[in-house]
Design a protein around this ligand. Sequence first.
Ligand SMILES: Cc1ncc(COP(=O)(O)O)c(C=O)c1O
Length: 369
Amino acid sequence: MEVLQAASQLEAEGKKVLHMEIGQPGAPVPAQVRSAAQSLLDTGKMAYTPAKGLPELQQAIAKHYSEHYGVEVPLERVMVTTGSSAGFNLAFLAGFEPGDRVALTSPGYPAYRNILKALGLEAVEIEVGPETRWALTGEMVAKVHKKTPLKGVLVASPANPTGTMMTPEALKELSQTCEANGIWFISDEIYHGLAFGQQEETALKFSDKAIIVNSFSKYYCMTGWRIGWMILPEELVRPVERLAQSLYISAPHLSQVAAVAAFSATQEYEQIKAGYGRNRQLLLERLPQIGFDRLLPVDGAFYVYASTTAFAKDSFEFCKGMLQEAHVATTPGIDFDLQRGHEYLRFSFAGPEADMALAMEKLEDWLNR
Ligand SMILES: Cc1ncc(COP(=O)(O)O)c(C=O)c1O
């Protein structure tokens, strides 16, 4: 947030800032998604929907699982949410009691630990590194669980900030270890659709007990629409539905109608993804040339997590300097990893291609200043 604030300050002074800090797509939503929303808007009739979502959206989501993953999902297990953020809250409230321990990766998406803490749950951050492609393994979880029992494990693949993915085998092993130990396995699949060469698999394929959290925010470019979904194990369907009824009644009607249309805009979304692919290629070429020689594997999402130790002791100060002097905004690692984050920064390549190329030039000049 401090980086964003400093970037806004520079922009207010008339400077052009190249944004590589923002974890959201720069592209607008496809026209057919907007026109679906417009048609409903024109009727002026927006109302509460069932807490689990419009039946046509539930159906579209179930169809997506059948077509994309070859997994048949009963409609009653599909829950529409206000983004994956609501999905985490619902999963945590339905699955856990205060004081329960939930394992996360470090580095990882900071909101997980913040939400857990706010709900009186204990975030158990487990350090991951290159040995396991920056992912949790069943063995790591079993070891922690044996010492002090865990009630949940939450992972994302592709992950934020690392951009790394678990192989289908790794996901299978972890989800099945959790199921065997009576631990809820929560799979954040928000960056699905944005894999670059690696095979992407849903945890649902390996465990009927897995809680799947997903969203229209990333691949579907709908961050501001606040719309996402969950696929729930049978025993959590009613508890989650009742929580949602009381917490927010339903996801926005308008966003749900737009989300149905999003599933038919595959061609447009694939074009947007091809743009990320080109940005990714550019960064993979240019970053090592300008001195970022330790990058994590860029499997998916739109992030490059890079070591900054060749340049500075503290990536926070480094990012600040980069923003002030080169006008390139990036995210220091400290929010994602309290222990080792000062050695990393995250580049997001979700922005326009021209900006990425310019940012690389500016960075090169700045580093050679
Ligand atoms: C890994 C991960 N999960 C979840 C979210 C939240 O997304 P939303 O609530 O928009 O679905 C983000 C946002 O950046 C994220 O990076």
